[in-house]
Write a protein that binds this ligand. Sequence first.
Ligand code: ADP
Ligand code: MG
Length: 698
Amino acid sequence: MPHILETSIEYLKGVGPQRAELLRAELGIYTYQDLLEHYPYRYIDRSSYTSISELPYAENHVQVKGWIESIKEIGVGRAKKLMARFRDDSGAIDLIWFQGGNWIKSQLQINVAYQLFGKPKLYGSSWNIPHPELTPLAEVHRHTGFQPLYPSTEKLSAKGLHSRGIEKLVNTLLPQIVGKIEDALPSWIAQQHRLVGKEEALVNTHQPANLQEVERARFRLKFEEMFFLQLELLIRKGKNEKETKGHVFETTGDYFNEFYARYLPFELTNAQKRVIKEIRKDLGSGKHMNRLVQGDVGSGKTLVALLCMLIANGNGFQAALMAPTEILATQHFENIKELLGQMSIGIHLLTGSTKKAERKIIHEELENGTCKLLIGTHALLEDPVQFQNLGLVVIDEQHRFGVAQRAKMRAKNTLAPHILIMTATPIPRTLAMTFYGDLDVSVIDELPPGRKPISTIHRYESHRLALHGFMKKEIDKGRQVYVVYPLIKESERMDFHNLMDGFEAISRYFPMPQYQVSIVHGKLKPEVKEYEMQRFVKGETHIMVATTVIEVGVNVPNASVMVIESAERFGLSQLHQLRGRVGRGAEKSYCILMTGDAISKESKKRMDTMVETQDGFEISEVDLQLRGPGDLMGTQQSGALQFKIANLAKDGQIIQLARNTVHELISKDFTLELAEHQKMKQVLQQFLASKPNWGKIA
Ligand code: ADP
Ligand code: MG
């Protein structure tokens, strides 16, 4: 017999076919269970009253006890309003209705005690409450505790299913499920974290008597939600480790040793050494490596990647490095070739613009094993590319690579090559635990010595003249300057217009032949783009006006000023990436954030964060708080992050707790065989079935 929670929502008293259809379409509520898991987003304290003299200090809705002293209509026709003077022992306030005045007037009684509920607003210099809810005090009987507010939609509200309407449905449902909700979490876990029972938690999130009940109930539900996610991730990780065999790289090998002894250009930082050690351990273990290396811009990830690839080579395997753009792949190639010095080792670059004849040679050398290191873009994934013995794949800036592409790369050898993912976008721990929960994570949390901090300055549009003066001063000292404009798909034409305008203005202010200005954007032909980039790299032009095509990778040590136009339109991590383009040489560097004169509070906070800190991890935390996980990780993945109650930005500790608990659990019972774990195992299966997106994470 199906469980009562699986009952179609249509059969709940007060729903019926029409509303059921709407609930499904608008909120994805199909069953009783879905309604139970449609949690309130906020609560209003209905247990206490505010006195009128305190109203100006109230931030949200308030509840007041008092009586109506007088009623009057003001204005005529459409502008007619109804006003009432509402008083308690501490003072009085005006209530105001812009519509429906006639009917309301006929309902209101002078000098009768009411309970008022509403939100005070400031009009001019006086406070009033527009469209309050008034209930004669004699009739108040419910809502002695906390009133839940539910998410709803316009269409639902039109059919009476606004927050109050949904609340009524929940109130109808709750008595029917009492005594029928089982706990999926084993009792030892509930005891360990003093979790309230599942049923109690459900009832209390919807009908709490006080704040403490709300908190305990929500804690339990969030914990459970995160617990099952971690259980899924860690079991998947465990299976991968147990079942997928990896190539064993027994030694560091000759290539590594020769490079280390003769060509290593500088002492590795401690963080680089630690991360290489972590990787070495994986590579020697016989298990299949799936490791993410997080390291801020400039932390020296390329060198780490190269050393690992040389280990693969030294053990008789080929290695590939994949970058998201052609420019970046080319830079990696040149950079690595230079690092390798006189070492004799077959290395090739393969991108979309590699010529046919050369491509053919590369394919041959990959198949016969002469090419040991292959660097390139997505072109590496094309089917004709067959390796003799691919042992390691390094993916740079992985957030731009889809999961499917990773799978393709894995399929390039009978035994899956080890995978090392490098990202310069530090992400907060909670996100790493959810997004990359089935990967191992290494962090390069140290920059090479001698880096000078970059002065970051936020300037409003009205200070533009001063900006030009400053650029001139730096250029006259021999430095180069980037000026970056946003170019976003949705507003492409306008953005393009701004970019060209900016370019013209700069060209006028910095006239030829004394000054040379380059421009690079996505609409240029690749050859032109490349040519312009090269002119700037070689120091032939002083200013590079560009869109974010320069965001990742490019390295021009003599460029010491980064000007970001309309900075309020960039996300924090993007700003941080852009800033990382300067501060690479010996000179003092600057990042100047230009914004409109009037920017939102949130934008201001972003600018302030940039000015205050250069720590990528700190910045990513703020980004998470401001934008939420969906935006932070890209829409592609945000669907997989729709949690019912937990919030990645706020519930970091609960996530950690859930993960630790799962570790403890699977160290005892990885296959979930124990009797006390059966219910949990069953719920895990349902959880997986209901989350087709889940596989997309990581
Ligand atoms: P990212 O982590 O952003 O990919 P890179 O690998 O491009 O950083 O390194 C940034 C710069 O730092 C490069 O010029 C590189 O040569 C240099 N670098 C890397 N490791 C060290 C080190 N241990 N000591 C000094 N400089 C280093
Ligand atoms: Mg890099």
